[in-house]
Design a protein around this ligand. Structure first.
Ligand SMILES: [Cu+2]
Length: 313
Protein backbone atom coordinates (compact mmCIF):
# COMPACT_ATOMS: atom_id res chain seq x y z
CA UNK A 1 0.00 0.00 0.00
CA UNK A 2 1.44 3.41 1.00
CA UNK A 3 5.18 3.67 0.34
CA UNK A 4 6.99 1.29 2.64
CA UNK A 5 10.64 0.39 2.80
CA UNK A 6 11.48 -1.78 5.81
CA UNK A 7 10.84 -5.28 7.12
CA UNK A 8 8.29 -3.83 9.62
CA UNK A 9 5.99 -2.54 6.91
CA UNK A 10 4.01 -5.72 6.33
CA UNK A 11 3.27 -6.36 10.00
CA UNK A 12 2.15 -2.82 10.74
CA UNK A 13 0.14 -2.47 7.54
CA UNK A 14 -1.65 -5.78 8.14
CA UNK A 15 -2.80 -4.63 11.58
CA UNK A 16 -3.82 -1.26 10.15
CA UNK A 17 -5.77 -2.73 7.24
CA UNK A 18 -7.47 -5.30 9.48
CA UNK A 19 -8.69 -2.62 11.91
CA UNK A 20 -9.61 -0.22 9.11
CA UNK A 21 -11.52 -3.01 7.34
CA UNK A 22 -13.56 -3.86 10.43
CA UNK A 23 -14.24 -0.17 11.02
CA UNK A 24 -15.54 0.26 7.47
CA UNK A 25 -17.62 -2.89 7.68
CA UNK A 26 -19.39 -1.58 10.79
CA UNK A 27 -19.67 1.99 9.52
CA UNK A 28 -21.47 0.82 6.40
CA UNK A 29 -23.37 -2.02 8.10
CA UNK A 30 -24.73 0.13 10.95
CA UNK A 31 -25.66 2.96 8.58
CA UNK A 32 -27.62 0.55 6.38
CA UNK A 33 -29.42 -1.00 9.37
CA UNK A 34 -30.37 2.48 10.65
CA UNK A 35 -31.89 3.34 7.26
CA UNK A 36 -33.64 -0.02 7.02
CA UNK A 37 -35.15 0.34 10.50
CA UNK A 38 -36.33 3.86 9.69
CA UNK A 39 -38.67 2.31 7.13
CA UNK A 40 -39.43 -1.04 8.68
CA UNK A 41 -40.19 0.20 12.21
CA UNK A 42 -41.62 3.68 11.74
CA UNK A 43 -44.89 4.54 13.53
CA UNK A 44 -47.11 3.89 10.51
CA UNK A 45 -45.80 0.39 9.78
CA UNK A 46 -45.15 -0.64 13.34
CA UNK A 47 -47.42 1.37 15.71
CA UNK A 48 -46.72 -0.81 18.74
CA UNK A 49 -43.13 -1.47 19.87
CA UNK A 50 -42.21 -5.00 20.98
CA UNK A 51 -39.28 -4.85 23.44
CA UNK A 52 -36.85 -7.78 23.45
CA UNK A 53 -36.22 -9.09 26.95
CA UNK A 54 -33.68 -11.59 28.30
CA UNK A 55 -32.47 -13.01 25.03
CA UNK A 56 -29.51 -15.27 25.77
CA UNK A 57 -28.84 -15.76 22.06
CA UNK A 58 -28.60 -12.01 21.51
CA UNK A 59 -26.36 -11.46 24.53
CA UNK A 60 -24.00 -14.20 23.44
CA UNK A 61 -23.86 -12.91 19.87
CA UNK A 62 -22.88 -9.39 20.81
CA UNK A 63 -20.33 -10.62 23.30
CA UNK A 64 -18.62 -13.34 21.30
CA UNK A 65 -18.38 -11.67 17.88
CA UNK A 66 -16.74 -8.47 19.20
CA UNK A 67 -14.46 -10.60 21.36
CA UNK A 68 -13.26 -12.48 18.29
CA UNK A 69 -12.79 -9.21 16.41
CA UNK A 70 -10.73 -7.51 19.12
CA UNK A 71 -8.66 -10.65 19.62
CA UNK A 72 -7.99 -10.53 15.87
CA UNK A 73 -6.84 -6.91 16.23
CA UNK A 74 -4.64 -7.92 19.14
CA UNK A 75 -3.17 -10.77 17.13
CA UNK A 76 -2.21 -8.60 14.16
CA UNK A 77 -0.92 -5.83 16.42
CA UNK A 78 1.19 -8.24 18.44
CA UNK A 79 2.63 -10.06 15.45
CA UNK A 80 3.57 -6.72 13.88
CA UNK A 81 5.11 -5.36 17.06
CA UNK A 82 7.22 -8.29 18.25
CA UNK A 83 9.94 -8.02 15.56
CA UNK A 84 10.49 -4.37 16.56
CA UNK A 85 11.34 -5.49 20.08
CA UNK A 86 13.65 -8.33 18.99
CA UNK A 87 16.66 -6.82 17.29
CA UNK A 88 19.16 -9.27 15.80
CA UNK A 89 22.51 -9.59 17.59
CA UNK A 90 24.54 -8.53 14.57
CA UNK A 91 24.23 -5.28 12.72
CA UNK A 92 25.60 -1.82 12.16
CA UNK A 93 25.62 0.27 15.34
CA UNK A 94 24.66 3.91 15.06
CA UNK A 95 24.03 6.44 17.79
CA UNK A 96 21.25 8.87 16.97
CA UNK A 97 21.64 12.14 18.89
CA UNK A 98 18.65 14.44 19.21
CA UNK A 99 18.73 17.95 20.52
CA UNK A 100 16.53 21.00 20.14
CA UNK A 101 16.06 20.97 17.12
CA UNK A 102 18.13 18.64 15.01
CA UNK A 103 19.34 15.07 14.67
CA UNK A 104 22.79 13.75 14.00
CA UNK A 105 24.15 10.24 13.64
CA UNK A 106 27.44 8.85 14.88
CA UNK A 107 28.95 5.65 13.51
CA UNK A 108 31.36 3.27 15.19
CA UNK A 109 34.33 4.55 13.20
CA UNK A 110 33.67 8.09 14.42
CA UNK A 111 31.88 9.38 11.37
CA UNK A 112 29.19 11.88 12.18
CA UNK A 113 26.47 12.82 9.75
CA UNK A 114 23.33 14.91 9.83
CA UNK A 115 21.61 12.31 7.64
CA UNK A 116 21.33 8.65 8.45
CA UNK A 117 23.11 6.68 5.71
CA UNK A 118 22.44 2.94 5.76
CA UNK A 119 22.90 -0.06 3.50
CA UNK A 120 19.92 -1.97 2.21
CA UNK A 121 19.00 -5.40 3.70
CA UNK A 122 21.20 -4.96 6.77
CA UNK A 123 20.11 -4.64 10.40
CA UNK A 124 20.79 -1.14 11.74
CA UNK A 125 20.94 -1.07 15.53
CA UNK A 126 20.25 2.40 16.81
CA UNK A 127 21.17 3.76 20.19
CA UNK A 128 18.78 6.65 20.84
CA UNK A 129 20.31 9.53 22.73
CA UNK A 130 18.25 12.59 23.67
CA UNK A 131 20.61 15.36 24.78
CA UNK A 132 18.09 17.76 26.25
CA UNK A 133 14.36 17.01 26.28
CA UNK A 134 12.00 14.27 25.05
CA UNK A 135 12.13 13.66 21.32
CA UNK A 136 10.82 10.81 19.21
CA UNK A 137 12.49 9.03 16.34
CA UNK A 138 9.93 8.52 13.60
CA UNK A 139 10.41 7.12 10.08
CA UNK A 140 6.94 6.72 8.57
CA UNK A 141 8.20 4.82 5.51
CA UNK A 142 9.72 2.20 7.83
CA UNK A 143 6.69 2.14 10.18
CA UNK A 144 9.12 2.86 12.98
CA UNK A 145 8.63 5.19 15.93
CA UNK A 146 10.46 5.16 19.24
CA UNK A 147 10.60 7.83 21.93
CA UNK A 148 13.96 9.32 22.82
CA UNK A 149 14.15 9.90 26.55
CA UNK A 150 16.98 11.88 28.15
CA UNK A 151 18.95 9.70 30.58
CA UNK A 152 17.08 6.50 29.77
CA UNK A 153 19.49 3.56 29.68
CA UNK A 154 19.07 1.09 26.86
CA UNK A 155 16.93 3.44 24.77
CA UNK A 156 17.28 1.48 21.54
CA UNK A 157 15.53 0.61 18.33
CA UNK A 158 16.43 -1.06 15.07
CA UNK A 159 15.32 -1.55 11.47
CA UNK A 160 16.23 -3.21 8.23
CA UNK A 161 15.56 -1.19 5.10
CA UNK A 162 14.40 -3.05 2.01
CA UNK A 163 14.41 -0.39 -0.72
CA UNK A 164 17.05 2.03 -1.91
CA UNK A 165 15.83 5.60 -1.55
CA UNK A 166 15.59 8.64 0.70
CA UNK A 167 12.94 8.80 3.41
CA UNK A 168 12.04 11.45 5.97
CA UNK A 169 12.88 11.18 9.65
CA UNK A 170 10.64 13.29 11.88
CA UNK A 171 10.75 14.17 15.53
CA UNK A 172 7.31 13.03 16.68
CA UNK A 173 7.35 14.51 20.18
CA UNK A 174 6.58 18.20 20.60
CA UNK A 175 9.93 19.45 21.89
CA UNK A 176 9.60 23.22 21.95
CA UNK A 177 9.34 26.27 19.77
CA UNK A 178 10.99 25.02 16.58
CA UNK A 179 9.90 21.39 16.85
CA UNK A 180 8.60 21.47 13.29
CA UNK A 181 12.13 22.20 12.01
CA UNK A 182 13.35 18.97 13.54
CA UNK A 183 13.62 16.57 10.67
CA UNK A 184 16.25 14.68 8.78
CA UNK A 185 16.53 11.94 6.19
CA UNK A 186 17.51 8.32 6.06
CA UNK A 187 19.35 7.47 2.86
CA UNK A 188 19.20 3.77 1.99
CA UNK A 189 22.02 2.70 -0.35
CA UNK A 190 23.29 -0.44 -2.02
CA UNK A 191 25.77 -2.01 0.41
CA UNK A 192 28.82 -1.28 -1.76
CA UNK A 193 27.86 2.41 -2.03
CA UNK A 194 27.34 2.57 1.69
CA UNK A 195 30.72 1.05 2.52
CA UNK A 196 32.44 3.37 0.08
CA UNK A 197 30.87 6.29 1.92
CA UNK A 198 31.61 4.80 5.32
CA UNK A 199 35.26 4.04 4.65
CA UNK A 200 36.08 7.27 2.87
CA UNK A 201 38.69 8.77 5.19
CA UNK A 202 38.65 12.11 3.40
CA UNK A 203 34.98 12.63 3.92
CA UNK A 204 35.50 14.32 7.30
CA UNK A 205 38.14 16.82 6.26
CA UNK A 206 37.45 19.33 3.55
CA UNK A 207 40.46 20.09 1.43
CA UNK A 208 40.80 23.83 1.33
CA UNK A 209 41.82 24.96 -2.12
CA UNK A 210 41.73 28.43 -3.64
CA UNK A 211 38.28 28.14 -5.11
CA UNK A 212 36.46 26.75 -2.06
CA UNK A 213 34.08 29.26 -0.60
CA UNK A 214 34.58 28.91 3.16
CA UNK A 215 31.61 31.04 4.06
CA UNK A 216 29.38 28.84 1.91
CA UNK A 217 30.64 25.73 3.69
CA UNK A 218 29.92 27.52 6.96
CA UNK A 219 26.38 28.32 5.87
CA UNK A 220 25.77 24.65 5.05
CA UNK A 221 27.06 23.64 8.48
CA UNK A 222 24.90 26.18 10.25
CA UNK A 223 21.84 24.93 8.37
CA UNK A 224 22.65 21.23 8.71
CA UNK A 225 23.33 21.44 12.43
CA UNK A 226 20.08 23.23 13.11
CA UNK A 227 21.77 26.38 14.46
CA UNK A 228 19.29 28.42 12.40
CA UNK A 229 16.45 27.22 14.63
CA UNK A 230 17.88 29.49 17.35
CA UNK A 231 20.06 32.00 15.48
CA UNK A 232 18.58 34.08 12.69
CA UNK A 233 20.65 35.23 9.72
CA UNK A 234 18.68 38.44 9.22
CA UNK A 235 18.88 40.29 12.51
CA UNK A 236 15.80 38.86 14.23
CA UNK A 237 16.17 37.57 17.77
CA UNK A 238 15.03 33.97 18.12
CA UNK A 239 16.00 31.73 21.02
CA UNK A 240 19.55 33.08 20.74
CA UNK A 241 21.15 36.22 19.29
CA UNK A 242 21.24 36.72 15.54
CA UNK A 243 24.42 35.93 13.59
CA UNK A 244 24.04 39.07 11.50
CA UNK A 245 26.15 42.12 12.15
CA UNK A 246 27.77 40.73 15.32
CA UNK A 247 31.21 39.73 14.10
CA UNK A 248 33.94 42.13 15.18
CA UNK A 249 31.64 44.06 17.54
CA UNK A 250 32.39 44.65 21.20
CA UNK A 251 29.66 42.80 23.05
CA UNK A 252 28.61 42.41 26.66
CA UNK A 253 28.57 38.93 28.14
CA UNK A 254 28.25 37.46 31.61
CA UNK A 255 31.17 35.23 32.56
CA UNK A 256 31.02 33.47 35.91
CA UNK A 257 28.41 35.96 37.16
CA UNK A 258 30.50 39.01 36.11
CA UNK A 259 29.54 41.29 33.27
CA UNK A 260 32.40 42.02 30.88
CA UNK A 261 33.03 43.44 27.43
CA UNK A 262 34.66 41.23 24.82
CA UNK A 263 35.23 41.21 21.11
CA UNK A 264 33.11 38.88 19.02
CA UNK A 265 36.01 37.14 17.25
CA UNK A 266 36.96 33.66 16.10
CA UNK A 267 37.96 32.64 19.62
CA UNK A 268 34.59 33.78 20.96
CA UNK A 269 32.71 31.82 18.28
CA UNK A 270 34.81 28.75 19.02
CA UNK A 271 34.14 28.99 22.77
CA UNK A 272 30.43 29.63 22.17
CA UNK A 273 30.21 26.41 20.17
CA UNK A 274 32.24 24.19 22.53
CA UNK A 275 31.35 25.80 25.88
CA UNK A 276 28.16 27.75 25.30
CA UNK A 277 27.61 28.46 28.99
CA UNK A 278 31.06 29.94 29.60
CA UNK A 279 30.04 33.39 28.31
CA UNK A 280 26.35 34.19 28.36
CA UNK A 281 25.30 36.90 25.95
CA UNK A 282 23.45 39.57 27.94
CA UNK A 283 19.70 39.23 27.53
CA UNK A 284 19.80 35.46 26.92
CA UNK A 285 19.47 32.47 29.15
CA UNK A 286 22.19 29.90 29.86
CA UNK A 287 21.50 26.22 29.28
CA UNK A 288 19.58 26.73 26.04
CA UNK A 289 22.44 25.85 23.74
CA UNK A 290 24.28 22.56 24.24
CA UNK A 291 27.96 22.06 23.50
CA UNK A 292 28.87 20.77 20.05
CA UNK A 293 32.16 19.33 21.32
CA UNK A 294 32.88 16.15 19.37
CA UNK A 295 30.25 16.99 16.77
CA UNK A 296 31.67 20.07 15.10
CA UNK A 297 35.35 19.88 14.26
CA UNK A 298 37.87 22.71 14.70
CA UNK A 299 37.96 23.08 10.95
CA UNK A 300 34.20 23.42 10.82
CA UNK A 301 34.33 26.11 13.50
CA UNK A 302 36.58 28.01 11.13
CA UNK A 303 34.03 27.73 8.31
CA UNK A 304 31.20 28.81 10.58
CA UNK A 305 33.24 31.82 11.68
CA UNK A 306 33.83 32.74 8.04
CA UNK A 307 30.12 32.50 7.42
CA UNK A 308 29.20 34.70 10.42
CA UNK A 309 31.82 37.19 9.24
CA UNK A 310 30.33 37.18 5.74
CA UNK A 311 26.94 38.26 7.12
CA UNK A 312 28.43 41.70 7.83
CA UNK A 313 28.99 42.38 4.15
CU1 LIG B 1 12.31 16.90 18.98
Amino acid sequence: MILGASTFVEGVDNAFIFILGISFFFLIGISLVIILFLFRYNEKRNPKATPVKDSIALELTWTIIPLILVMGMFYYGYVGWIPMKRPPAEGINVTANARMWSFNFRYENGRVSDKLYVPKDTAILINLNALDVLHSFYIPAFRLKEDMVPGLANNRTWFEATKVGTYTIFCAEYCGLQHSYMLSEVVVMEPEDFWAWYDDPDAMVVEVTEDVNLALLGRQLVERNGCVACHSLDGRTLVGPTFKGRYGETITVITGGQERQIIYDEEYVRRSIYEPDYDITVGFRPGQMLSYEGEITEQEVEFITEFIKSLNE
